[in-house]
Design a protein around this ligand. Sequence first.
Ligand code: ATP
Ligand code: MG
Length: 649
Amino acid sequence: MSDKTYPPAPEFAANAHVDAARYAEMYKASIDDPEAFWAEHGKRIDWIKPFTRVKDVNYNFGDVSIKWFEDGTLNVAANCIDRHLATRGDQTAIIWEPDEPGDDAQHITYKELHAEVSKMANVLKNLGIGKGDRVVIYLPMIPEAAYAMLACARIGAIHSIVFAGFSPDALGARVNGCDAKLVITADTAPRGGRRTKLKDNVNQALLHDTTDVKCLVVQRTGDQIAWRRDLDFWWHEEAEKVSADCPPEEMSAEDPLFILYTSGSTGQPKGVVHTSGGYLVYAAMTHQYTFDYHDGDIFWCTADVGWVTGHSYIIYGPLANGATTLMFEGVPTYPDAGRFWAVCEKHKVNQFYTAPTAIRALMGQGNEFVERYDLSDLKLLGTVGEPINPEAWNWYNDVVGKGNCPIVDTWWQTETGGHLITPLPGATAAKPGSATLPFFGVQPVILETESGKEITTTEAEGVLCIKDSWPGQMRTVWGDHDRFQATYFQQYKGYYFSGDGCRRDADGYYWITGRVDDVINVSGHRMGTAEVESALVAHSKVAEAAVVGYPHDIKGQGIYAYVTLMSGETPTEELRKELSDWVRQEIGPIAKPDLIQWSPGLPKTRSGKIMRRILRKIAENDYGSLGDTSTLADPGVVDELIENRMNRG
Ligand code: ATP
Ligand code: MG
């Protein structure tokens, strides 16, 4: 992998919250005395009753329990709204950019946000929702999604957001999974010029429900929908009946704030529970430091609120910091592949945060879509979700950032609530493809896969675990504390097990090599999928690649590569050979793919991650049972791959 480093520009470091010296000093303090460190940083949010206890954590399998700021009380919505009213009531809190570029954007001030959230909170109360009740939010990226989240937080209800692209079945399972009393949805949702019938999906999801789940419906398009008498309510009608004042509920730091399912890349999604105090401290702190957010900046995270990235870095982190956060209803390729950059130009975006999948897709469309727009307001770029291939990193850096914007490659998970391993842009020299160094209070360790022994040399490769806790950590799996313990604390005793493989280089930098389940063993050599994929993507004709192992008589496992070519390239036998030779040259003979399948599309989760477990099944010629495919974005892709599979043995 590329080992070229990109140190922070001196001017950037000079104005940053944290420079290299400060990072070293703060990191050391956070590890030497976590209690003192977090007692101090816990004060960044407003407490109704201040905490006296900082941390109470037990990682012992059988007794796992995680508590932060336990005896403090607060309200998360009041932290995200009310406390800013005196100083920035007229500042824009949310910029909303609609799907159609010709439609008007909205600028919602903190005052307006306060009124809308309070009204929605009162509507929820009128519908019988109170503290501890579960509310499923199934909304597109419209301001009402933010109102709904914060209204739940205001009255102490627990929200569980289901991405609006999910099917009625997936929605129904999540409504049942948490015994929700209410679903908040919209009539229909425009996205990429098409419309999803959200309310119809809700009706279908609740068809066999006997518990009379109510539904609050936002009118987004005015399209016709089927109405369930006595159970369905229009948001705009209910809003007229209530006051714009709703006192925030006093919540304990450890009261649940939300339930959110993981992406389902490696199996059945897990219902992750985050609580109020620690989560908010951690989301706000990482938002400020990782993105070097300053007052007045316009921050855009392109994720959907249906994923944790949207929770922490569209809503809770930015709003707790009094930021201006952008919410985008559409997709990167509508009306064309320049939309992201058009929105950056239009709203003068300063920090831009997206996923490698989007970067690779846009890279494949050519530079002219970027070059059309004035991106001079950009100060920083970020990525999250998968390892970013150095090739894509370089494109992001050169073509989007013009070499002037630090890139933060943030490694974290639904479970972690916020960034765990990430550069701080004024402090850390970046290396393309590496998530670099731990955030404050985070102690990554690399364990030997089999023995679970901690590898203490600087250079190491194995399983990525975290020693000790951080405030944003998940507390349990909803309704299944045993699964929580078994998934994260059983295999490697005394650590939080991330499920990811990782390499630490001589500078102590962390490189995520892929999921532990995806490690390939070729003739006794263990290999992460990320490295082989990055070598393939580095070839000028390749847009995207996914690599898995399959049983091989001689080598134990062979390397099976699925390759998506750049638009305009033709798959040929010569190219197949050229790519094999290319990987051999880039990494070595051991990494040379045995089989290459041309794949115009790859199976991805709805959050945009490659689902290698499905590709592994196809490569193994065992495609009869593909496991949980409920979070698969486009099942049609899978049929096409099975049809054209290379291993029919
Ligand atoms: P499931 O847990 O259901 O299999 P998932 O792990 O994809 O799904 P998420 O919580 O959305 O669910 O994703 C977290 C994972 O994404 C991490 O464990 C890691 O594998 C990957 N990831 C996130 N950010 C990065 C990054 N910057 N570099 C490398 N990998 C990343
Ligand atoms: Mg996971």
